[in-house]
Design a protein around this ligand. Structure first.
Ligand code: ACM
Ligand code: ZN
Length: 546
């Protein structure tokens, strides 16, 4: 009876390509229409369903390690979600089972197609990454509950992402998160079809990247004597915070772990501001010469890298040189945000350097803005020379954009609009929609302390990264969107998960799904199933649905 009903509904849906309303008790059955992010097209076919059971094979092409890993991922997911044990097999598929193949003819390399019929389940990708996203869609359509048989309705799903850059950032300076948790976080990104992990590893309150040429940088720069209590109350906890840093070996391990999941790690060394932890070790690189202490409270510090000291550029090059030897990403993030010009204005060396470089006041950019631009240009030139591309926060527009820079627009959409008009690539991450350190509810009674603000799930969902005011050509420069998690007030992995979930599910639909297919009510109806999956994997999801 159940099958018959489903078949009837399936034929009906196929006939009118109608989206069925998601059921509130969903979770027991396979349902491609409940997947987040919503695929491009789901067509249910009449005729029945294919059953998955233990012992069934997952075949993949011989001699392709990424495809072997894909088969292993699917096997792991199905076992974790349902207890059913599949068997990966190299080469030709058996009579029936799950087949992972390449060769889908689609210029979007992350595209895939899933077909379910009496032969079994086929996932074909335009690349190994495409197959991986097909696997993500299949596992999110499957139940997250123990069972012996999963019945998968006959269907065809075709899908590809809207944006090539789908990012999520975490700040591991203000608070440190261990490698094991970073891996769990990467698994979470994979579940949301996110392909870029932006890793913020240096800031005023802690330097967390090992630089072999300057061992004290991570050793001492990762420790602060104490931390302010609450929101810069003037009261301190008196407790040293010495959680450590990431060794280059650990960073390589994270890069490899992410790469298996088709995720690129983009490291960020924030410069020339947000450098107090580095200055505490290298006081000679500050305008006043110090002494400096690793930051103990939040916000923006006046002490930044001295733009007039030739050693500053050498330091930047040394750090970037080790960074690119560890992180293979094309993009490297050099920060560039929130760099006060106070010290530079009164520093004789900075002013002398500005004169040398011919910077004069009275133009579009102040002398100090030009100094900032000079340092960022130096960083970009070094990266470009080594075959890498630079990303900077939108302040990098201020003294004139470096020639090949990509801009991360965080103080609203304007920086992104301006950069796109200058024919530079843009990643949209405005505070209004992307700052997951903000509260997600207005009822703060039982809420852990956050930085402030209010960014509910519904607001994340409404983000449209491509501003209408851009021309069609300019719109092409918006390559994606990103969620940012700053961790001044976030001390534990459980709290990280709480701030990310469920908002990351709204963000991933912004990043992946075509705008015509977005519908908040429909999304909300699909969320219970995603939450069941979070719970199956032990993630700490916030209850808010505002
Ligand atoms: C930022 O939030 N300072 C990029
Ligand atoms: Zn200076």
């Amino acid at each position: 009876m159940k099958n018959k009903l489903r078949n009837m509904l399936a034929s009906f849906a196929a006939a009118c390509t109608l989206w069925l309303p998601a059921s509130a008790t969903a979770g027991e059955e396979t349902d491609f229409q409940q997947v987040i992010p919503r695929p491009l097209s789901v067509t249910l076919l009449p005729g029945g369903a294919f059953d998955i059971q233990s012992g069934m094979t997952v075949s993949y092409p011989k001699g392709n390690r990424a495809m072997a890993r894909n088969a292993a991922f699917l096997t792991e997911y199905v076992q974790a979600q349902t207890g059913i044990k599949l068997t990966p097999v190299k080469g030709r598929p058996g009579k029936s089972g799950i087949r992972l193949t390449l060769g889908l003819d689609n210029p979007n390399r992350e595209a895939y197609i899933i077909t379910v019929d009496e032969q079994g389940i086929g996932i074909q990708g335009a690349s190994e990454a495409g197959v991986f996203y097909g696997i993500q869609t299949l596992r999110k359509a499957l139940p997250a509950t123990s069972t012996e048989t999963i019945s998968v309705p006959y269907a065809v799903i075709t899908d590809q992402p809207r944006f090539a850059y789908r990012g999520s950032m975490i700040d591991c300076s203000r608070h440190f998160f261990p490698v094991d948790f970073i891996k769990k976080y990467i698994d979470l990104l994979a579940m949301h079809n996110i392909n870029t992990f932006h890793w913020h590893i240096t800031d005023d309150q802690g330097w967390r990247f090992e630089v072999k040429k300057y061992p004290q940088l991570a050793k001492d720069g990762s420790r602060r004597e104490q931390t302010v209590i609450g929101r810069n109350t003037g009261h301190f906890d008196g407790k040293p915070y010495e959680p450590g840093f990431y060794t280059q070996k650990e960073c390589r391990d994270i890069v490899a772990y992410a790469a298996e999941r088709h995720i690129t790690v983009i490291p960020e060394i924030d410069m020339p501001g947000h450098m107090l932890a580095a200055l505490s070790v290298r006081p000679d690189l500050g305008c006043t010469g110090g002494p400096y202490k690793v930051g103990q409270q939040w916000g923006v510090y006046d002490d930044v890298l001295c733009a007039g000291n030739p050693q500053t550029v050498e330091f930047i090059r040394d750090v970037l040189s080790e960074l690119i030897s560890v992180f293979p990403s094309t993009y490297i993030h050099v920060g560039g945000d929130e760099c006060p010009k106070t010290r530079w204005k009164s520093c004789p060396r900075c002013q002398a350097r500005a004169r040398e470089l011919g910077f004069t006041p009275g133009g579009r950019h102040s002398v100090e803005e030009q100094l900032q631009s000079y340092l960022i240009h130096e960083a970009e030139a070094f990266l470009n020379k080594h075959g890498r591309s630079m990303i900077g926060w939108d302040e990098t527009l201020e003294g004139g954009l470096a020639p090949n820079a990509t801009v991360m627009s965080w103080r609203g959409f304007e920086g992104g609009v301006e950069a796109a008009r200058q024919r530079h690539k843009v990643i949209m991450t405005p505070t209004s929609h992307c700052y997951f350190d903000y509260y997600q509810t207005q009822n703060l009674q039982n809420e852990p302390q956050a930085i402030g603000g209010f960014l509910p799930l519904s607001k994340v969902y409404t983000l449209e990264p491509v501003p209408d005011i851009l021309s069609e050509d300019e719109k092409g420069y918006i390559i994606g969107a990103q969620a940012n998690l700053w961790t001044e007030y976030i001390l534990t992995p459980e709290h990280v998960e709480y701030m990310l979930l469920p908002r990351l599910s709204a963000m991933c639909e912004v990043q992946w799904t075509q705008p015509e297919a977005k519908d908040y009510e429909n999304f909300r109806n699909r969320l219970p199933r995603m939450k069941a999956l979070y719970s199956r994997y032990g993630y700490n999801c916030a209850p808010h649905m505002e």
